[in-house]
Design a protein around this ligand. Structure first.
Ligand code: FAD
Length: 394
C-alpha cells in the first residue's frame, strides 16, 4: 500500500523528532521512520542516562565544521532557552552540573517521552523497525521504498545520525543517500573518543589504568581543553582527552599539562626547602597521583633526595610536566565515540533551512551534517536547532 505524507523524516533521533514536532505544529502531515526497534536510543544512553540536553553557553565557536559560520543561523534561531522552555513546560526537573551543562534530574527517558508526546500532540506518526530500501526523486517529490511499502513525500528529511555506536542503530545511510543525490561528503572520523597508545608508548602507561587527574590540560596546536584525564588499559580518556580528540589526528603532537592550576617548578622549590631529605619521586607523588609520579620519575627524572636538585633543574622538570608529550597512535573508534566528525558538506546546504542546494525538498539535519559540537550538551543543541530550522520550512 502506498502512503502519502507532506514530510518524511528518516531517523527518530534528536534531530528527526524535533524537526517532526516543528513541522507538525505547522499543520504538515509527518511520518518519522527508524530502522531501530525503538526511537531515540542515543537520547536514552546520553549523559550517563541523564541526558546533557543543552549547554547554557552555546555559541558557534564550540562546533567543528569545514565552514565555521554554517551553524550560526540555526543556533541563533533555536537557542538553549527555547529548549529549556519545552523541558519546563513538561515539568522535567533539571540541574546545571558544571560549565553550563544541563542534565535531567531523573532520567533521559523523560526527554524522549517529552519529544514523543509533542509528536503525538500534532499527529506525527513515528514508526520503528522500518528500514529504508530505496529513495527516488520524481516530479511530485520523493518516493521511498521502506520495509513496509512505499511512501510518497513532498519533503524528505535525512536525520539518520553519524557512525558512532553501531550497536545502537548507527549507519552510513545518510552519507550514501547524500552521495546518491550528488552531495559531497567530508571524510568522517570518530570524535569525543578515548585515544589509544601503542608500542613503548603504551608500555609506559599500561599499568596506570585507573589513575586519574582531576584537572589536566590537553593541547594540540593552539587548541586546548582543561578537564579530567584518565589512564585506561589501552590509552587515555577523560573529558579533556575526549574534547581534544575532535581536534587530534594521527601524527599530531599531543601535549598534556599535568598540573594546569599550579606551577610545578615553584612548588618543587618550596618542597626542597621544606623537606630536603625526601626523595624526589615521593615529593612529586604529593602533587600528582603516586603511581603516575613514580612512573614519570622512572621515565625521565630518576630520583634523588630533594637537596641534590638545583633551582634550575626543578624548574626545568616543572616545565616538562606542564608540557608532557603523550604519543597517541589512534582512537578507540566508532565503537565508543560520542560523535562523528565530518559528514555532509555544508557547502551543499542552506544554513537557514538545511535544504539541499542540489535537490529541492531534500534536507539534512543533526549529526549527519558536517557540524560537530564539543562535549557538554552542544551536540543535542545542534540536533534541536538544525531540526527546528528544517521543521519551519518543510
Ligand atoms: P541520532 O540521535 O543518532 O538519531 C539517528 C536515528 O537514525 C537513530 O535512531 C537511528 O536508528 C536512525 N537510523 C540510522 N540509520 C537509519 C536507516 N538507514 N534507516 C532508518 N533509520 C536510521 N550529546 C549531547 O549533546 N549530550 C550528551 O549527553 C550526549 N551523550 C552521548 C552519549 C553517548 C554514549 C553517545 C554515543 C552520544 C552522546 N551525545 C550527546 C551525542 C548525541 O547523542 C548525538 O549528537 C545526537 O544524538 C545526534 O542526533 P541525530 O538525531 O542527528 O542522530
Amino acid at each position: 500500500d502506498r502512503v502519502k505524507v507532506d514530510v518524511l523524516v528518516i531517523g527518530a533521533g534528536a534531530a528527526g523528532l524535533m524537526c517532526a514536532i516543528t513541522a507538525g505544529q505547522r499543520g504538515r502531515s509527518v511520518l518519522v521512520l527508524d530502522h531501530a526497534n525503538k526511537p531515540g536510543k542515543k537520547i536514552l544512553m546520553s549523559g550517563g542516562g541523564r541526558c546533557n540536553f543543552t549547554n547554557l553557553g552555546v555559541t558557534p565557536a564550540q562546533y567543528v565544521s569545514g565552514n565555521p559560520h554554517f551553524a550560526k543561523s540555526a543556533l541563533a534561531r533555536y537557542t538553549p532557552s527555547d529548549f529549556i522552555a519545552l523541558v519546563e513546560k513538561h515539568r522535567i526537573a533539571y540541574h546545571e552540573k558544571e560549565l553550563g551543562q544541563l542534565f535531567c534530574e531523573e532520567s533521559s527517558k523523560l526527554i524522549l517521552r517529552m519529544l514523543l508526546d509533542e509528536c503525538a500532540a500534532v499527529h506525527v506518526r513515528v514508526e520503528v523497525d522500518c528500514g529504508v530500501q530505496k529513495v527516488r526523486k520524481n516530479e511530485e517529490g520523493f518516493s521511498v521504498l521502506t520495509a513496509r511499502g512505499e511512501v510518497h513525500a513532498d519533503s524528505l528529511v535525512v536525520a539518520s545520525g553519524g557512525l558512532s555506536i553501531p550497536s545502537m542503530g548507527a549507519s552510513g545511510f545518510g552519507y550514501e543517500l547524500a552521495r546518491q543525490f550528488g552531495h559531497n561528503i567530508l571524510a568522517t572520523r570518530a570524535g569525543l573518543v578515548p585515544l589509544t597508545l601503542s608500542g613503548k608508548h603504551q608500555e609506559h602507561y599500561a599499568d596506570l589504568a585507573g589513575v586519574a587527574l582531576p584537572v589536566a590540560e590537553a593541547r594540540v596546536g593552539k587548541r586546548s581543553f582543561r578537564a579530567g584525564l584518565l589512564f585506561t588499559h589501552r590509552g587515555i580518556s577523560g573529558p579533556c582527552i575526549l574534547q581534544i580528540s575532535s581536534y587530534w589526528q594521527p601524527g599530531d603532537d599531543l601535549r598534556v599539562n599535568l598540573s594546569p592550576q599550579q606551577s610545578i617548578g615553584d612548588w618543587l622549590v618550596d618542597q626542597r626547602a621544606a623537606r630536603p631529605a625526601a626523595e624526589f619521586r615521593n615529593v612529586l607523588g604529593d602533587l600528582l597521583p603516586k603511581r603516575l609520579a613514580q612512573r614519570l620519575s622512572e621515565l625521565r627524572f630518576a630520583s634523588r633526595p630533594m637537596r641534590q636538585y638545583r633551582d634550575a633543574e626543578l624548574r626545568d622538570i616543572g616545565d616538562q610536566l606542564h608540557d608532557w608529550p603523550i604519543v597517541a597512535s589512534g582512537t578507540e573508534g566508532y565503537r565508543t565515540a560520542e560523535v562523528t566528525l565530518g559528514g555532509v558538506d555544508t557547502d551543499g546546504l542552506s544554513s537557514a533551512t538545511m535544504q539541499s542546494k542540489i535537490v529541492p525538498g531534500l534536507y539534512f539535519i543533526g549529526e549527519v551534517v558536517d557540524v560537530t559540537g564539543w562535549l557538554g550538551g552542544y551536540n543535542f543543541q545542534w540536533a534541536w536547532a538544525s531540526g527546528h530550522a528544517a521543521g519551519e520550512v518543510v
